[in-house]
Design a protein around this ligand. Structure first.
Ligand SMILES: [Zn+2]
Ligand SMILES: [Zn+2]
Length: 364
């Protein structure tokens, strides 16, 4: 075909196109037979080259599917799968144990799409309705996915005579390969639909309303059925998977449906007791710190956690208090603490092992 060994996919493709145009039987009415022979030869050569390229691509990307990176793209694994099928479809097609022409001109299901949506913890707690914009392919409404101009119909492929495959004699074997001229469809489009330029699909940006239930968590996957890529030949849409990312909160830590944080209190609040206001995901709650509260004591606020997705349970909020030891005392504060020092005494004896475990537990 006049391309060298290092030729890229693109060079091979364009070389094929050029030669195919030149030797297309329709363009050589005088010596049609010779042109047809030549055309088939070129097509075979291309199909071999194109397949080896495809194979190399598979080797390179074979395990890269299902990336966790955000954003868009057709479901990688299904793309690879169809390539793979092409590869082995061809491979097992040799010898002419007839599978007959491949029935490729039939509607096929579209690829699934993935959309990563980041939400806040508050949004995860109360649920939300939002709109998302999805770039995806849609069946061309002008040609209903056929790719042919209105009033025209696809015609039999001249390269493979409509079989969708080209046989290639190799010693004892006859190897059948997908016809690259018609991509195995057995038919070609003479006059392309002007709207989709023969592709049968157009890209569009679809705006979807999405309802996210309360209680979702990091990694929750919502399936929106039928909102993926349009299928080939007017086939059904794939599905859309919305994967939720919940932004980390500056102080709420989530474990299941429960929430945790630590709040500082003063030595006198801990000693004398106090009523303090503590934040929840819905606003504020009063927390009564009893007289004589130790550092690290954990209080539970019932029902102030996250709801479960099924709405049946409501988690709790655990508030751990942290008694702040004052630093950089003023002269007067120092006097107060000096008075305390003589008035309130603690015995500086090691705690019994069991008691000290308890203190550690509380600190966690
Ligand atoms: Zn069209
Ligand atoms: Zn063909």
């Amino acid at each position: 075909m006049g391309v060298d060994r290092q030729a890229t996919d693109q060079t091979i493709k364009s070389a094929y196109r050029k030669l195919a145009m030149q030797y297309h039987p329709d363009r050589n009415p005088e010596n049609q037979e010779e042109a047809e022979e030549k055309f088939k030869e070129i097509t075979e050569a291309y199909s071999v080259l194109a397949d080896s390229q495809k194979r190399a691509a598979y080797d390179r990307f074979g395990h890269a599917g299902m990336s966790s990176a955000g954003g868009w793209g057709p479901d990688f694994s299904s793309t690879i799968f169809s390539d793979f099928e092409d590869l082995f479809g061809d491979f097992f097609g040799f010898g002419g144990f007839g599978r007959g022409p491949r029935q490729r001109r039939r509607p096929s299901r579209g690829a699934d799409l993935r959309y990563d949506l980041e939400i806040s913890l508050e949004e995860a707690a109360r649920g939300l309705e939002t709109k998302i914009k999805i770039p995806r392919s849609e069946t061309c409404s002008e040609c209903h996915g056929s790719g042919a101009k209105q009033g025209t119909a696809p015609t039999t492929c001249p390269a493979c005579g409509g079989r969708g495959q080209i046989r290639h004699q190799q010693g004892f074997f006859a190897v059948s390969r997908t016809c690259p001229h018609c991509q195995g469809m057995g038919q070609v489009i003479r006059e392309a639909c002007p709207v989709c330029v023969g592709k049968g699909q157009v890209s569009e940006e679809k705006v979807l309303s999405l309802k996210i239930p309360a209680g979702v968590e990091e990694g929750t996957r919502l399936r929106v059925s039928g909102e993926g890529e349009a299928g080939g030949m007017g086939g059904a849409h794939g599905d859309l998977y919305v994967v939720l990312r919940v932004r980390e909160h500056p102080y709420f830590e989530r474990q299941g449906n429960d929430l945790y944080y630590t709040i500082p209190i003063s030595i006198s609040q801990a000693t004398l007791g106090a009523e303090i206001k503590v934040p929840t995901l819905k606003g504020q709650e009063r927390l009564r710190v009893p007289e004589g509260t130790q550092n690290g004591t954990v209080f539970r606020l019932r029902g102030c956690g996250m709801p479960s997705v099924d709405g049946r349970r409501q988690g709790d909020l655990y508030v751990s208090v942290y008694v702040v030891t004052p630093t950089r005392l003023s002269r007067e504060q120092r006097r107060v603490f000096e008075m305390l020092n003589s008035a309130v005494r603690v015995e500086n004896q090691p705690l019994e092992r069991r008691a000290s475990e308890k203190v550690k537990d509380v600190f966690r």
